[in-house]
Write a protein that binds this ligand. Structure first.
Ligand code: DLZ
Length: 155
């Protein structure tokens, strides 16, 4: 999947409470994703931002569920899973993706999906919003979460 075609979003997220849930594997890439999400939320005027760290991407759904039940208007889920030589990659990716989807649908709380699933670390660094990265997936996930809250409120 390429990053081409991503929308440019002008957002007013003032008054929203947003919880960023972030895994801890691959710390350099994670630092970039978390910083990108915070930059995007600040640009959108979201003042009430909390950050919750969990060990790995497998733990993101339960943290997102807890945040949603605790009253977050939106959750931004960030993680990095890098393919290795075992099927573990597929299990962790599937659990994170399906689990976060379930949280959004069961609670009605928008969940921005910022989990990178990459073949190697170079791919992940290129999407991490760091100096020299081509993409900023942490920011994209944060913007998507805020935009979805605003879209749902307009219904
Ligand atoms: C076990 C594991 C492996 C092999 N790789 C990653 C990874 O690339 N990214 C990530 O976020 N987490 C990884 N994990 C940890 C699992 O997500 C989870 O934390 C453990 O299986 C413990 O439940």
């Amino acid at each position: 999947m390429s990053g081409a075609g991503a929308p440019t979003l002008e957002l007013d997220g003032s008054g929203l409470r947003v919880v960023v849930v972030a895994a801890s594997w691959h710390d350099v890439v994670m630092d970039g994703l978390v910083a990108g999400a915070h930059r995007a939320l600040e640009r959108a005027g979201v003042a009430d931002v909390a950050l919750v760290r969990v060990p790995g991407s497998f733990e993101l759904p339960v943290a997102a569920l807890h945040a949603a039940r605790a009253g977050a208007d939106a959750v931004v889920a960030l993680g990095v899973v890098i393919r290795g030589g075992t099927p573990h990659f597929d299990y962790v990716c599937h659990a994170a993706t399906q689990g976060l989807t379930d949280v959004a649908l069961q609670t009605g709380t928008p969940v921005g999906f910022g989990v990178l699933t990459c073949d190697d670390e170079a791919q992940a660094l290129d999407r991490a919003g760091l100096e020299g990265s081509r993409e900023d997936k942490g920011a994209e996930a944060a913007e998507a979460a805020v935009a979805t809250v605003l879209a749902l409120r307009a219904l």
